[in-house]
Design a protein around this ligand. Structure first.
Ligand SMILES: Cc1ncc(C[n+]2csc(CCOP(=O)(O)OP(=O)(O)O)c2C)c(N)n1
Ligand SMILES: [Mg+2]
Length: 310
């Protein structure tokens, strides 16, 4: 990292890096070399950056299929990410997992899944095991607003509360599950509802503000550690792209372009042209090297087919 002069610049750099990685994925996608569907986080980067700026290497993060931002913010290596997207042998999971199933245990990224809500209970189970072993670790499960309509979400909140587990339930509320707006799906308020399980909750409306999110996460993670109790953090955010894939789909009619424009008008990654110009060259060099690594890596062979799958 070059010439970073403040905490704001550090967080900005991390967020811009994630956005430029995903913009590179958009650029490459038509070539069909990326062997995986992609759910992009563009617009939502600040949530991952704010959280991960306060995590330690051995805090464990459980994410979902929209996971590039959290993987990168937690320190997951970039070349292995591109190689995984390309289906190459040098990928994180030797090309077998793809974008939706990122895992980098050495960096505390414990796994992702395409099954909505499924990694919420993984985090809770891991937290119980860790508590029994007497370890000092915090567990974070990241999920979308749609996942809160799954039974496993409710069971997990109940279990974590009952057993006093150090879990941060982090909901990235982009107001959408595929093409269904939140207002057509939920009669409850997430933050209020968590309290029914005895779980304290915090709501952040401005999910583009990585500085604010970093400060709030510092406070919340500190409380989880001291109290050994779960907390729910709901962050309102905005997905700029289509649900899955590299494009936009405003013509589908499930939301207005004006909503996204209003969000962009507050997004530092859209506004701060000075820092974009300052940091883009170094980040682009890093990204180009990672793509080159993926391009030049071998594909798995037939002998690799049944390894690491049991
Ligand atoms: C158990 C299950 N049900 C349905 C789906 C299909 N599906 C994939 S993503 C998605 C929407 C989830 O929305 P949300 O949790 O808000 O996450 P977002 O995509 O908005 O980040 C659905 C319904 C699935 N993958 N798994
Ligand atoms: Mg959603």
């Amino acid at each position: 990292m070059s010439d970073i002069n403040s905490e704001y610049e550090k967080l900005f750099y991390e967020a811009l890096r994630i956005r430029l990685v995903e913009e590179k994925i958009i650029e490459l996608y038509p070539d069909d070399k990326i062997q995986s569907p992609v759910h992009l986080s563009i617009g939502q980067e600040a949530v991952a950056v704010g959280l991960c700026s306060q995590l330690k290497l051995d805090d464990w993060l459980f994410i979902n299929y929209r996971g590039h931002a959290f993987y990168l913010a937690k320190g997951g290596p970039l070349p292995e990410l591109f190689a995984e997207l390309y289906g190459k042998r040098t990928g994180l999971s030797k090309g077998k997992a793809g974008s939706m199933h990122l895992a980098a245990p050495k960096h505390g990224v414990m796994g992702a899944s395409a099954v909505v809500g499924s990694t919420i209970s993984h985090a809770v189970g891991a937290a119980l095991a860790s508590k029994i072993r007497g370890e000092d670790r915090i567990f974070i499960t990241v999920f979308g607003d749609g996942a809160t309509e799954q039974g496993t979400y409710h069971e997990s909140l109940n279990f974590a509360s009952l057993h006093n587990l150090p879990v941060l339930f982090l909901c990235e509320n982009n107001g959408l599950a595929v093409h269904s707006p939140l207002g057509e799906r939920q009669a409850f308020s997430l933050a209020a509802h968590a309290k029914a399980y005895g779980i304290e909750s915090v709501l952040v409306e401005d999910g583009y503000d990585f500085v604010k999110l970093s400060a709030i996460c510092e406070e919340i993670l500190g409380q989880i550690k001291v109290k050994q109790r779960p907390i729910l953090l709901e962050v309102k955010t905005c997905r700029y792209k289509e649900h899955v894939g590299p494009g936009e789909d405003f013509e589908a009619g499930y939301r207005e372009l004006s909503e996204v424009k209003a969000w962009k008008a507050k997004d530092p990654l859209e506004l701060d042209k000075r820092l974009i110009a300052k940091f883009t060259p170094a980040i682009s060099r890093e990204i180009d090297a990672a793509v080159e690594f993926a391009e030049s890596s071998p594909f798995p062979t037939i002998d690799d087919l049944l390894t690491d799958v049991l």
